[in-house]
Ligand binder design. Structure first.
Ligand code: SF4
Length: 350
């Protein structure tokens, strides 16, 4: 197989990816597991803790999102949280064992006054010894440099779907603008968190195209959130056709095979997934979850359910040093990983 200088492939064709997704299920799962075990301990799951620092009233028109001000009964707009209020949440997360604290804002892009406040949040959270992640919408190179200076470790900005299908989902920002933001994030030396959503009416070709675009980026995103659409009443996608779990698991497995060293995250949509579907997703190579009873506005499994699920599966949360990209480390003592925190979450869908 052709390889890039990082030893990973960045030259996938859509036909190849379609064929990969459509492999006989046992073959696809075997290949995904093989890949996963080369780079990660398959018993470990990274737990992501997020806080919505600015909810609702977003000017963008993402058809899946209840935070868009353009959808009839969208979420009520709130102001950007005060720095101290964010610090209180971050301290609580740290006390409960969180290693990374992610903050999401429903913006097209941050304004100057917002940047100052968000940078103060990043500096504060960082000073607690937590990794930092934000999702703020589109960024220019000046903004990414400032976030980097403030200590930002990760930036989330999803492609959502294929370039071909994108116009059916979002009209207020272009696919290229998303790619430009991702390039600015990379250029600033910030880790990239970027994935998409399954179940918005896209077909196999679109799913293959999304994965191809992600894997063919100059560097694979360190985190690849794969969301299952949460059909929220009042949004244009509230009646989208449901995707069966096996179809969803196939996308997880293909993502794992194509981006072997990335954390593939089971993001939105877990609330309605059975324990068995979760188990299959982990077997397919998912090794990160959002945890907490609420995403931005949609439900997520309760913390106790996740803890019970991991316990049933004999899996444990990753500790911070294990959450580096593609890091396969020796197992750490059980007692060191058994505690984890789940606090208020946001969908990583900006
Ligand atoms: S997904 Fe993000 S950018 Fe799109 S409407 Fe929702 S908050 Fe705004």
């Amino acid at each position: 197989m052709p390889a890039h200088t990082d030893g990973l492939r960045h030259d996938w064709t859509k036909e190849e990816v379609e064929a990969l997704i459509a492999l006989p299920f046992p073959e696809l799962m075997f290949r995904a597991q093989e890949t996963h075990r080369q780079h990660f301990d398959p018993t470990k799951v990274q737990i992501s803790t997020l806080l919505s620092i600015k909810t609702g009233g977003c000017p963008e028109d993402c058809a899946y999102c209840p935070q868009s001000a353009r959808h009839g009964n969208g979420v009520k707009a709130e102001r950007l949280m005060a720095v101290e209020a964010v610090m209180k949440e971050a301290r609580a997360a740290k006390a409960a064992g969180a290693g990374r604290f992610c903050m999401g804002a429903a913006w097209r892009s941050p304004k100057e006054r917002d940047m100052e406040q968000v940078c103060a949040m990043i500096e504060g959270v960082k000073s607690l010894g937590l990794e930092t992640c934000v999702t703020l919408g589109m960024l220019d190179s000046d903004q990414t440099s400032r976030l980097k200076e403030a200590g930002l470790d990760y930036y989330n900005h999803n492609l959502d779907t294929s370039e071909e299908f994108y116009g059916a989902i979002i009209t207020t920002r272009s696919y290229q603008e998303r790619l430009d933001t991702l390039a600015n994030v990379r250029d600033a030396g910030i880790n990239v968190c970027c994935g998409g959503i399954v179940g918005m009416g896209e077909d196999l070709s679109d799913r293959a195209s999304l994965l191809m675009t992600l894997a063919n980026l100059p560097k694979h995103p360190e985190s690849v959130p794969i969301n299952l659409l949460v059909r929220v009443e009042g949004t244009p996608l509230s009646t989208a056709e449901e995707v069966d779990p096996i179809t969803f698991i196939r996308i997880i497995a293909a993502a794992r095979i194509m981006m072997p060293k990335s954390h593939v995250r089971l993001a939105a949509g877990r609330e309605n997934m059975t324990d068995e579907a979760h188990a299959l997703a982990f077997l397919a190579g998912a090794n990160s979850i959002f945890c907490g009873e609420k995403l931005l506005t949609t439900p997520n499994p309760a913390e106790h359910r996740d803890r019970q699920l991991l316990s049933t599966l004999g899996m444990t949360p990753m500790v911070q040093h294990e959450s580096e990209m593609g890091s396969k480390r020796p197992a750490v003592p059980e007692h060191a990983t058994a505690e984890h925190n789940c606090s208020k979450q946001v969908e990583a869908v900006s």
